[in-house]
Ligand binder design. Sequence first.
Ligand code: MN
Length: 236
Amino acid sequence: MTTPTYLFVPPAIPSLPVLGTGARFPVNRIFCVGRNYHAHAVEMGRPVDKATMKPFYFTKSPSTLVESGATVPYPAGTANYHYEMELVVAIGAQGFRLTEAEAQRMICGYAAGLDMTRRDLQLVARDQGRPWDLGKDFEKSAVCSPILPIGNLGVLTGGAITLQVNGETKQSADLAQLIWNIPELLADLSQYYHLEPGDLIYTGTPEGVGPVKPGDRISGHIDRVGDVSLTIGQAE
Ligand code: MN
């Protein structure tokens, strides 16, 4: 196979450290689940009835990935920049049209993530029936801790998920409150996409989302999974 000649140096493959190894997890796609905790759906004015509704998804470009511990500039074009604390599922196998029983073999690890959001732009788009990209898929918006290999954890069904801003607790919930649990999400998402090693799934945020400003420090924790942090810098 001949090596292609590129017009310019291609960007590096976005990746995350994998705990306990010297290897990195190369990120293929970033899927995000919307409205997957009841109290958050309600605070957004869009309650969920699982009996009649299905999960929905949006995506972030892999190039939006930021490692935990970074400082990111307050983003352009917003006056309402929000945190969303989320469990991230790291996919390590190929899977298409999975059953819930097949889901566990897809998971190679977990991480703690922040789905950073330009809330004002997202809500304008939502209310006008437009795509969410300006509100969700922007530079440095997908923050993620190192990947914890699944080991003996299996499919997570509970555990505290919390977020603090400058030491003050803003989000405090439990993974057991996910509306669609991990097997349900993987089975559903794989009806629409061929899941691939390197895919990340942000599983949705609990209630208590809110704004941050330059100088703020966000720290999030998920029991048995890990911690994620982010510092907000000045606007560019
Ligand atoms: Mn989210």
